[in-house]
Design a protein around this ligand. Structure first.
Ligand code: FCB
Length: 437
């Protein structure tokens, strides 16, 4: 597979993505404790109880990491700022060293000709706020607005784009209903509140950034293509519920000012009082929408309480995560999202990539094939009229893959977690060639 920039519309942007807790080393620079630290310290939550105290030590190695991004010809670097690094207690006294770090990082990107694409929240909630209920707490939108103001007063004049929250589904459903991510709850009421407060916090944050005069503001949602495991009406309904919870709830809030009936059937009684009045804030106008896409799930009906579905056995080749490789889902999401929700708003694939058991001495051909097939899916979506404006790979380098620790390697660059040495993989070199001018 070969690509050239001329295979994509003029001005189409390529980039790589990371997030703060997964690469920086949260033990450095005066960052406060986060709910991921306590989640990881609880036996059984994370493979080998691994945490992000050192991670890739990007906190100290950021300059050479940015050199590697620039050398591969990327246009955009999607990074995130850590709330607990700049506000160790979540509110109150800022950590000057943390703000200085992001200030230098943004200047470092600009100096190398990279467009800084900032995300304000990629999951490392300050522990002090988690202690007060975290995303369940109705004060979250205020806390998040204050945090937005603090960070963006410092770097908002130089970032190319900004999004408040990475993947509302993971922040709320995965973490409060499935218990798979911090804070590890399995509680329907907490889930309903978190799902709504995440969207409300998003809207407040957008307003704060608009008031600061910032431009190019968006949202980043993750989507999983859901297909019924059989033609039975029960399985079809189950796949629809899965799609509603995972995908349409957040799009519905952002673009229609309504939540899908299939979700309200379960969460309705648990939503915070007056939730319907929050849509004008949630629907703050956006300049772009980001889609993170990895896989599809086959869904079947299950005889248990709402949402009464379960995953059915997969049918296609899998990545190291056990996720099906299904590029058509990316194409179909881009087309459906534009058609049903975002219209002519520019769409960015803000994350796409695969985990693979990479070794430095073996070319990661599987990743090159994965990225190539998904770039073809993007081309197909564009040909069908979807306004896709860019594509960013997850991830720049191997990093802390949350509850799966350091075992799952998503990087274009191999990281030796003993020595922290970086070695570009074959996929890094392939993309560098595709992205050459
Ligand atoms: C996404 C997350 C990212 C990483 C990838 C594999 O859901 O945004 O941090 O974990 O999945």
């Amino acid at each position: 597979m070969q690509f050239a920039r001329t295979d994509f519309p003029e001005g189409f942007l390529f980039g790589v993505a990371t997030s703060s807790y997964q690469i920086e080393g949260h033990g450095f620079g005066g960052a406060g404790p986060t709910h991921w630290d306590s989640f990881a310290a609880t036996p059984g939550n994370v493979v080998r109880a691994e945490h992000g105290a050192v991670a890739c030590d990007h906190y100290h190695r950021w300059a050479t990491d940015l050199d590697l991004i620039a050398a591969m010809g990327a246009d955009v670097y999607r990074f995130s700022t850590s709330w607990a690094r700049v506000l160790p207690e979540g509110t109150g006294q800022p950590n000057a060293e943390g703000l200085d770090f992001y200030d230098r990082l943004v200047d470092g990107m600009l100096a190398r000709g990279l467009k800084p694409a900032a995300t304000l929240y990629h999951w490392e909630l300050p522990q002090a706020l988690a202690d007060q209920g975290g995303w369940r707490n109705a004060d979250m939108p205020d806390w998040f607005a204050d945090y937005t103001h603090l960070v963006m007063s410092r770097i908002g004049d130089r970032v190319w784009s900004a999004a408040p929250i990475n993947e509302p589904w993971c922040v709320s459903w995965l973490s409060h209903f499935e218990g798979a991510h911090a804070p590890g709850l399995r509680d329907i009421r907490a889930t309903a509140r978190a799902m709504h407060h995440v969207l409300l916090s998003h809207g407040r944050s957008i307003q704060v950034m608009r008031d600061l005069g910032m431009k190019n503001l968006g949202a980043v949602c993750n989507f999983e293509w859901a297909e019924p495991a059989s033609d039975s009406p029960e399985d079809i309904a189950a796949a629809n519920r899965y799609d509603a919870i995972y995908n349409r709830f957040f799009l519905g809030g952002l673009f229609k000012g309504a939540y899908p009936a299939e979700v309200l059937a379960g969460l309705g009684p648990h939503l915070p009082k007056g939730w319907e009045d929050d849509f004008p804030t949630i629907q703050a106008p956006l300049d772009w929408l980001g889609l993170n896409y990895y896989t599809r799930k086959l869904i079947r009906h299950a005889d248990h309480a709402w949402p009464s579905y379960a995953e059915a056995p997969t049918r296609l080749p899998l990545t190291q995560m056990g996720w099906e490789i299904y590029p058509d889902g990316l194409r179909d999401f881009l087309i459906r999202t534009a058609r049903d929700y975002s219209g002519t708003l520019p769409l960015f694939v803000t994350e796409n990539g695969m985990a693979n058991p990479d070794r430095v001495d073996q070319p990661d051909a599987a990743r090159i094939a994965y990225l190539g097939s998904h770039l073809q899916a993007v081309q197909a979506a564009i040909a069908a009229g979807a306004p896709v404006a860019g594509y960013f790979v997850w991830s720049l380098m191997d990093n802390y893959e949350w509850s799966l620790g350091y075992e799952k390697r998503f990087g274009l660059i191999h990281v030796d977690f003993e020595t922290l040495a970086r070695t570009p993989k074959a996929s890094y070199h392939a993309l560098a060639q595709w992205w050459r001018d």
